[in-house]
Structures are given as structure tokens and as C-alpha cells.
Design a protein around this ligand. Sequence first.
Ligand code: FE2
Length: 447
Amino acid sequence: MRLYCKRIQKDQPMTKPSDICYSHGFNNEHESEALKGALPIGQFNPQKCPYGLYAEQFSSTAFTAPKHENRRTWMYRIRPSISMGDYSPIDKGLLRTAPLNGQPCPPNVMRWDAQPITETPTDFIDGLTTVAANGDANTQIGIGIHLYSANKDMENRYFCNADGELLFVPEKGELTARTELGLLHVKPGEILVIPRGIKFQINPMGEPIRGYLCENYGSPFTLPERGPVGANGFANQRDFCYPTACFEDSEQSSCLVTKFCGELYQAELDHSPLDVVAWVGNSAPYKYDLSRFNVINSVSFDHPDPSIFTVLTSPSDTPGTANMDFVIFPPRWMVAENTFRPPWYHRNVMSEFMGLVHGVYDAKEKGFEPGGMSLHNCMTPHGPEAEVFEKASNTPLSPQKYDNTLAFMFESRYVIAPTEFSLHSTTKQKDYLDCWANLNKHFDGKA
Ligand code: FE2
């Protein structure tokens, strides 16, 4: 389907989210043009493009990646991306990138309260704070985990991340993502993914914004296999929303901030880099409403592995062992009989970083607040707090709806190391271990 979208100038911002139109379908070959006839038909790079546009291929996988994994988009733009000044390094603030050389990674369970939103005017770039990381960005393995927080627009600044794909999990406030390929409106309860290398702005819509940001150094996120579940269920392809073309034909000066090999660089432009008039391809930003996740759960007995709640996965070279899985714990019915329904006690080769968008997480009724986070690394034991264990072991097992809750997990095969900032943050809880202190001995040797 070819979509015609009205031209939206920087000085004529859209006024409401319903002004934005989307194209649907995960990893589809989407196509869109903001001016009729701007998209070449039947070929990608004609001798002269319509409207005098430049053709530019954007590849987020190798040219030779297998067809089902290949991601690329053809952009038809006012100026090619190389129309820019040289980069100069700038201060990276609290942004960090793996490997975190020399940083100790204790095996303790760790948990943090939410970071307060600053009252100092802060845009998306300046508000980025890295809390953990693993792998090595330069070898395209692992992830960075950041918190974002902003209370002002990026104005004439644009951002681009060469180190990884970005997965936003908003927790507070609605935002507009102005990207090369179009606009997206995103609010808590939804996620946003921006491919490695796409230029964009993140601007609050009124209220300050806060949330979690996973920087995926590895292979792009895809949908997990469904196996015997069949052709439908979990996150369905049709519910993923892609932007449609809109462009800024502006000759005001701007600057592009790029994250590259863990450092920030800035380059001056004499125009807006969001000047793509038409595009076709499958490498593009997308958003997804997590309430559309079709939850599949036990209807007989036993608590299934949390992998059944996987929304997106970044595979590693080892089948079934992800560079990063994005897993949610959404509202759902619990009906399993003769079953301890909260997550069981366990130790896992995978490392688990958790956050909470809203409500209460079923394994931790106290101390895990929206905007907070916890870290349970490889082989670190964890499970329900003592009070949850007692309650879940004795409560009558009638069908129960877990409602008004949305926790999530970034789960990785690589140990997730906290940054110096998070190890020494005043929000780090000193008493997290105490929630298991009252796990009483019930064993008395009698059957
Ligand atoms: Fe766990």
C-alpha cells in the first residue's frame, strides 16, 4: 500500500497524535511518499529521481545477509546524508558503552528506586544516563541499558546512534519521535524501536518524559518463533506501526549528534537532516502497543517459563540463546490449579534486568516502583519476596486477573554490569536482600 501523507514542516508541528498516519506489519516492505510520485516505481535508483531528489540506500544488515534477515531501506531525500560538516567530539555526560573496562560486577541482587526527573531544562540527549551494559559495542555483541529523561525539545539538535538499535520503554509522559522516515507518537504502555543509524529527535508532548532505553548492539530485534502455538499469538505482525514519509525542507542550521564507538560527536548542517520525501524498505522505526500482546499462559498447572512473554528478540549466534530478549509481564488471567502462581525461585544462566511501567509486579509487592529497576545476574538466586511466598502458598486458587500491571525484562546471555553511576547512585536500595529475610524454614522431616 502506498500512503500519501501531508508535508509537515518543523515550524508547523502536528497538533495531535491522530494527525499521524502509520503503515502496519512487522518487517514488511513498507513504502510511503509525502509528495505524489516521489517514490520511483519498478526500480530503486533511476538516473534522475522524481522532484530532483537523491536516492540513498540505508542498510542495517550486511548486503549479503540472508533474505529473511536482510533489512534495508531506500530513501529519496532533498540532500544525501553526506551533506554535512566534519564531526567533533563532545561531552558524553553519563552515557557509557560496553565494555565497561575495570568496572566490578558484584553477583549481588540489586534494586534501585526511580531516578527523579530533573527540573533543569534537559533535552533527550543530555538526559541519557547509562545504568548497565554488557558485551562489546564495537563487535556488535550485547546491550547498553539507559534511562532517559527530558523536559524540553531537542530544537535544532538531531541524534543518530551508530552503536546500536534503540528500544524505548516509556514510563512517564508522551513523546513525539521525529525520524527520517516520519513521525511517531508514543506513550507509556507502548514501545518504540529505532534502527541503528536512523536520525531522529525525541520531544516531550507537554509533560516531562522518563523511561528505559535498551541499546541493542547485536542483531536487529525480530519476533520470536511461535513453535507449536501456531500462526498467531504473542506479538502479532499486524500490530506493529511504521511511520509514513514527512519531511522538513528547512535551511536553518542544525546539528547532528552521533554516538559512535561509545563517544558522542557533533556535526553542523545547513539544513534539517529529516528531509526524506519518500522511502521504501523494511528497516524503519516502529512502535507497538503492549496491550495488544496476546498472552498465552497455563490453563492446567505449573508456572511456565517467562519466555512465553517474549515480545521481541535479538538472536545471538547460538540458537535459542538471545543477545537480548524483551519480555513483558502484562495483565493476564491466572487459572493454574495446584500451582505456586508467582515466578518460582530460580537461578538462571541468563542475566535479567527488570523495570516497571505501572502497577505492581506479582513477585514483589513492595519496593519495586514504576521507574525503578532490578538486576539479577547470571546464576544469582532470586524469586518472590517472603510475604508473597506465604500468601501464594496459602491462598485459595480461584481464577484471578492480574490487572493494572506492566513489568518488563531485558534478558541477555551476557552478564549485565552496572555502571559506576548506578553502583553509587543514591537510588540504589541498601536493604533489597531484606525482602527475603523472613523466608522461614517449613521443613520438619514429616511428610
Ligand atoms: Fe528471574
